[in-house]
Design a protein around this ligand. Structure first.
Ligand SMILES: *Cc1c(COP(=O)(O)O)cnc(C)c1O
Length: 418
């Protein structure tokens, strides 16, 4: 089941605050995060695993890098999985110490590697090229390797990362040789990592991946390379359809940790959930500007499109929608919920029954906390929207909506064109 919010008198309440009041106060579109739900999600996944094994949860912050959200997770004891120097610096700014951050870049430059190493952040190496370059840039640095397990999982082809031939990681048949080379180079080798993809809903691919990791760990141990941790990556899915079942976290945790504890001498499991932590903590609220009957289809036209939430257009992702000011009202007809971008691929939801949508209503798009704001853009010259955090009925602005002037700030017009 998807996470449902509280309703009072037909109005959606997020963290104890009315969605209608939030839009009146902060404008539309706006991403709204329920702080209590965010904390719950983090604690649920941490506890599911730490019950069985020493666990470090590194939040994969590319899902949502808002500083306030990062600070909340820092308070809960999260570490970070960062994929760029920008994410590393953002997390340092949010108060994470460098030793709680792991950097997992792909196709990164020497200068970025140097910056990350100089900050004292562990580097999860993605290729033999990166290892050889890092050996010159930061000899003896603390590292792990991302391997390509040959197992994939995810909500769509674009987000599956672990299959053979993927652009990510050390190919399976080169893993042992690469670790031996890393030892010769004098690296401080800490662990092994795989990330099979994003949004997977079944336990089996994780088990297949762990089997491969366990085998590698033992082979390395036989060569005198003992690892401190196994990092299973992220990718744990959440329900997006109202009736969809949740992944059985306890089954996943029990099976994976069993394998590690029974078959290896590794004592620590690292996991890197992104989506799982933030996804259902946040809704996107967007006002209805226009309602149109186009004959073969009826449209609800909102002020948020794929500039604000790209997942439907990019991945054909399903996001549940409701009218936040008409909760529980009888549905009248089927509509496509679409945005202000001048492309026919600009939509938020297809063929949804809604209760007599009218101009001025507020559409709530569920599960917008992961890969929502962080993938938004200025396309069609629309400024990035605001973000709001709600706790105990109190709403705080955690990102101002961008202004039109701010969209121009990096442009330069040559003298001859002025
Ligand atoms: C994106 C990513 C994650 C998080 O994936 P989710 O599906 O959001 O849990 C974890 N690890 C790495 C290396 C990633 O690139």
């Amino acid at each position: 089941m998807i996470h449902e919010f509280e309703t009072r008198d037909g109005v959606m309440y997020i963290g104890g605050k009315s969605a209608v009041e939030i839009v009146e106060e902060f404008g539309s579109p706006v991403y709204v995060t329920d702080e209590a739900r965010l904390r719950e999600n983090f604690c649920r996944i941490r506890d599911a695993f730490s019950k069985y094994i020493d666990t470090r949860v590194h939040y994969a912050c590319k899902a949502n890098t808002n500083l306030s959200i990062l600070k909340i997770l820092e308070q809960e004891g999260a570490g970070i999985d960062a994929v760029s120097i920008g994410e590393v610096l953002t997390c340092l700014k949010a108060g994470y110490s460098p030793n709680r951050i792991m950097y997992t870049g792909v196709n990164v430059s020497d200068s970025e590697l140097k910056q990350v190493a100089d900050l004292g952040v562990m580097i999860n190496i993605d290729s033999v090229s990166e290892m050889e370059r890092l050996a010159r840039i930061a000899p003896g640095h603390k590292i792990s390797f991302r391997i390509t397990p040959g197992v994939g999982s995810g909500h769509g082809a674009k987000v599956i990362t672990g299959t053979k031939g993927a652009k990510f990681g050390i190919p399976l048949d080169e893993v042992i040789g690469t670790y031996v080379r890393a030892k010769d180079l004098g690296f401080d080798i800490r662990g092994i990592h795989a990330h099979i993809g994003s949004g997977g809903q079944s336990v089996e691919p994780f088990m297949d991946m762990m089997e491969i990791l366990v085998e590698l760990v033992n082979e390395l141990s036989g060569l005198g390379i003992d690892l401190e941790f196994i990092d299973m990556g992220g990718g744990i899915g959440v329900p997006y359809q109202p009736q969809e079942e949740e992944m059985d976290l306890d089954e996943l945790a029990m099976n994976l940790t069993d394998m590690i504890l029974e078959e290896t001498n590794v004592k620590t499991l690292v996991l890197e959930p992104g989506r799982y932590v933030v996804c259902d903590s946040t809704v996107l609220l967007t006002k209805v500007n226009d309602v149109k009957d186009a004959g073969t289809k009826k449209y609800v036209g909102c002020d948020a499109g794929f500039n604000t939430l790209i997942r439907p257009a990019m991945y054909d992702s399903f996001h549940y929608v409701a009218l936040a000011n008409k909760m529980g009202k009888a549905c009248t007809d089927k509509f496509d919920v679409v945005g202000p971008i001048c492309e026919s691929g600009d939509y938020l939801a297809h063929d949804r029954v809604l209760p007599d949508p009218k101009e001025g209503d507020i559409v709530a798009v569920y599960n917008a906390g992961a890969y929502g704001f962080s993938m938004s853009s200025n396309y069609n010259s629309r400024p990035l929207c605001a973000e709001v955090l709600v706790c105990d009925g109190h709403a705080d602005l955690i990102r101002e909506a961008e202004s039109i002037e701010e969209m121009w700030r990096h442009q330069k017009v040559p003298e001859r064109l002025r």
